[in-house]
Design a protein around this ligand. Structure first.
Ligand SMILES: [Zn+2]
Length: 291
């Protein structure tokens, strides 16, 4: 019999520290025919204001996200679902404004409701993914934002900050204020259409700080925008069963016994996207066989 995923104890669901924080890439082996339309992110330079405006409509990325939830029979509370979608949008716009060799992972812990949100993505693979951990999350009295950034040939950069509002875009703005060189602001252009504006050196800060949803909607009429580049992103993890077995194999024998609970099969979750995989004792033995 297949064991319930909720009983899978070793993938991180119980504390901020154990929620995955790695920005390490999964190799992208997906063929283009398998995929829906990618989400185009456009980066503009706002002339005379010295700011970067990054914009995308996330409709197709959210379609892929919902297909993923359906495929793996993952159900979120509507409020949690909205938080994860905001996290995916915020991370995608952030990545699009960063060098092409960077990958990033954000773990956002909310104190109330108590949950951990994990989003990760890569400019190299042009993908983002993520999941929510809402059960057995350690109770805290603070909202925490943990960021890890990796880039080819450079050591990983990490930072942890606290933030006030239980709102994902506010959390990312707090992260920019406290950890990044430049401030950033996020705006909702439409339900699934978001804009991030980051201040560049010599930015017109009074203009930047008084931007609101209305002025963002009129940005292309009121400001001189130069298109710098377009990037494509998809909701896609890149995980498969061959990448789940190494995670299991790295666990202690006692933990592996607990996972299988005397059965020959169990269900394991991908720590990045929550995809469910049927694993077997036999499969694990095959994986561990030398050579
Ligand atoms: Zn995955």
């Amino acid at each position: 019999m297949v064991k319930k995923a909720e009983n899978f104890p070793q993938l991180p669901t119980d504390s901020f520290e154990r929620t995955p924080t790695s920005a390490i890439d999964m190799p992208d082996e997906t063929t283009p025919e398998d995929l829906n339309e990618a989400t185009e992110v456009r980066c503009y330079f706002v002339r005379n204001r010295n700011a970067l405006a990054v914009r995308a409509n996330f409709e197709s990325l959210y379609v892929d996200y919902y297909l993923h939830l359906m495929e793996h029979r993952i159900r979120h509370e509507p409020g949690h679902d909205a938080l994860l979608k905001d996290g995916l949008a915020a991370l995608t716009l952030h990545l699009a404004s960063r060098p092409r060799n960077e990958a990033a992972a954000w773990t956002i812990h909310l104190a109330n409701p108590s949950l951990n949100l994990f989003v990760t993505g890569s400019n190299r693979n042009q993908n983002v993914t993520g999941r929510i951990f809402s059960e057995n999350v350690r109770e805290t009295d603070r909202n925490l934002f943990f960021s890890q950034t990796t880039a080819d040939g450079l050591p990983a950069r990490q930072s942890t900050i606290e933030f006030e509002d239980a709102d994902i875009f506010s959390a990312v703005e707090a992260f920019y204020r406290q950890s990044e060189q430049r401030p950033a602001r996020y705006f909702r252009h439409d339900e699934e259409d978001f804009v991030m504006v980051t201040a560049q050196p010599d930015c017109d800060m009074p203009w930047f700080l008084t931007l609101d949803d209305d002025s963002i909607r009129k940005l292309d009429e009121t400001e001189e925008l130069s298109l710098l580049e377009r990037r494509l992103f998809r909701f896609e993890c890149g995980c498969d069963i061959d990448r789940i077995y190494p995670v299991i194999a790295s666990m202690s024998e006692a933990t592996i016994d607990e996972i299988f609970a005397g059965e020959g099969t169990a269900i394991a979750d991908c720590p990045r996207c929550g995809a469910h995989y049927d694993i077997t004792r036999e499969g694990l033995r095959e994986f561990r066989r030398p050579g």
